[in-house]
Design a binder for this molecule. Structure first.
Ligand code: FAD
Length: 467
């Protein structure tokens, strides 16, 4: 039986990054993945394929609606969904192969099969053919991730009532699509199809889309997406979705408790994800999932069994690839005797709609609820030369700073390239910068990032220059 210093179950961004860091630190490492390709949700059916389709659909949308204004004439622009999906598949293949290459380069032993605890140091790995191999490991990291969630009445049949996984491999562009859930995944995948011409109806239980982010962002995005043809049904509680054979019929109760029905070709259920621990054999090591299906861990990501750790979507906190990666590194470094740390307050959140949305730190709602006195400075993208040059004039950047110390407490933006721009705010906040610090940094002109400087100026005595 092979013996390892560390075994990692699950090869998503949490698991494969943990494996790389363990190997770099000289630990003899095994990585166990039940699917034939490495990379988990993120690379196979999450972050990367969704961005591939978002990019393709954005090119199509621009060719159809914006090229003419730029003086580019193209006739008869058509969307070829088959080619879009094929390109996306190629991106996935390249990326997943890249992970396999990294595992080989770092001498991580990869096992394909379902990993299941026999006891606290033995894991059985069962492949598709039913063959079983046992390995032993001094320490194990559970990185089994998550699966799409749903509530009673909206069970996906994966044909007409679909999850994000099916939405990433459609064979036709639907005429109409209902999206249940106005969160990140629903709005990103809804955007893909809306840009290709699908009429998209978003049904959301909360009074706003993106209800967990700074509320100003969802408010602005609602206005922008409505112009693109999105319809929003807020404060609607879904009762039932049925596959009618040719399409779907959704019944919901609105806030007056009146029954509302919607019909479409497909219904995408995007109401979050739930931690995944099936088949892990937790009972064999005395662990049980909590009432949210997650594995409980302490501040060191250690379970109640001292040599077993858990990271990523399967534990508490944001279900994000970069959070999973950081946790993978932290556990690896702890196992090698180091004392790493994660600043959970500074995990950026991004929504890849257009314009993009990005956020870090506290929202205005959180600061109000905590009774923190703060200053807010906003700057509209339309006041930037760079934004006008590229016609990306929608959105704003908002900087929130402590009223007394001027320390930046949160930065929220809806703007072209916000996904990349947010890192200036994350870096500044990691070094506990004040709004004044950001406003005194020379920003290249013309760039979108000038909006961050201007918003910081606005937060410090209302000194924004270009408005
Ligand atoms: P996962 O990536 O879920 O990987 C877990 C792996 O464990 C899987 O490969 C699974 O097969 C394997 N596994 C499970 N049980 C076993 C077992 N018993 N034995 C062996 N293997 C097992 N996050 C972002 O940060 N940015 C984004 O833009 C983004 N976009 C997304 C878009 C979509 C459509 C979706 C669905 C998700 C998106 N996410 C995004 C979320 C991101 O994918 C997850 O947060 C991330 O993948 C979590 O990583 P993980 O390592 O915890 O688990």
């Amino acid at each position: 039986m092979s013996t390892f210093d560390v075994a990692i179950i699950g090869s998503g961004p949490g698991g494969y990054v943990a494996a790389l860091r363990c190997a770099q630190l000289g630990l003899n490492t095994a990585l166990i993945e039940k699917y034939p390709t490495l990379g988990g949700t993120c690379l196979n059916v999450g972050c990367i394929p969704s961005k591939a389709l978002l990019d393709s659909s954005e090119h199509f949308f621009n060719a159809k609606h914006n090229f003419a204004t730029h003086g580019i004439k193209v006739d008869n622009v058509e969307a070829d969904i088959t080619q879009m999906i094929a390109r996306k598949e190629e991106v996935i293949t390249q990326t997943c192969n890249g992970i396999k290459f990294l595992m080989d380069k770092n001498k991580v032993t990869v096992y394909q099969g379902v990993g299941s605890f026999v006891d606290k140091t033995t894991i059985a790995i069962k492949d598709e053919k039913g063959n079983s191999t046992n390995i032993t490991a001094k320490n194990t990291i559970i990185a089994t991730g998550s699966k799409p969630n749903f509530f009673p009445g909206m069970e996906p049949d994966k044909k007409r009532i679909i999850t994000s996984t099916e939405a990433l491999k459609m064979t036709e562009i639907p005429k109409r699509m209902i999206v249940i859930g106005g969160g990140v995944i629903g709005l990103e995948l809804g955007s893909v199809y809306a840009r290709l011409g699908t009429e998209v109806d978003v049904v959301e239980f909360a009074p706003t889309i993106l209800p967990t982010m700074d509320l100003s962002l969802g408010k602005e995005l609602t206005k922008i997406l409505k112009k693109e043809g999105f319809k929003f049904h807020l404060e609607h509680k879904v009762q039932k979705v049925e596959n009618t054979g040719k399409g779907v019929k959704l019944t919901a109760l609105n806030k007056k408790n009146e029954e509302v029905t919607l019909e479409a070709d497909y219904c995408l259920v995007a109401v979050g994800r739930k931690a995944y621990t099936e088949g892990l054999g937790l009972e064999n090591i005395g662990l049980t999932a909590n009432n949210r299906g997650q594995i409980d861990v302490n501040d060191h990501l250690q379970t109640s069994v001292p040599n077993i750790y858990a990271i990523g979507d399967v534990v508490r906190g944001a279900m994000l690839a970069h959070k999973a990666e950081e946790e993978g590194v932290v556990v690896a470094e702890q196992l090698a005797g180091q004392k790493p740390h994660i600043n959970y307050n500074l995990i950026p959140g991004v929504v890849y709609t257009w314009p993009e949305i990005a956020s870090v730190g506290k929202t205005e709602e959180e600061l109000k609820a905590a009774g923190v006195e703060y200053k807010a400075g906003s700057f509209p993208m339309k006041a930037l030369g760079r934004a006008r040059a590229s016609m990306d004039i929608t959105g704003f950047v908002k900087v929130l700073a402590d009223a007394k110390t001027d320390e930046v407490l949160g930065v929220h933006m809806i703007a072209a390239r916000a996904a990349d721009m947010i890192m200036e705010a994350v870096t500044a906040m990691e070094f506990r910068a004040s709004a004044e610090d950001i406003s005194r940094i020379c920003h290249a002109h013309p760039t979108f990032s000038e909006a961050i400087k201007e918003a910081a100026l606005a937060a410090t005595d209302n000194r924004a220059l270009h408005i």
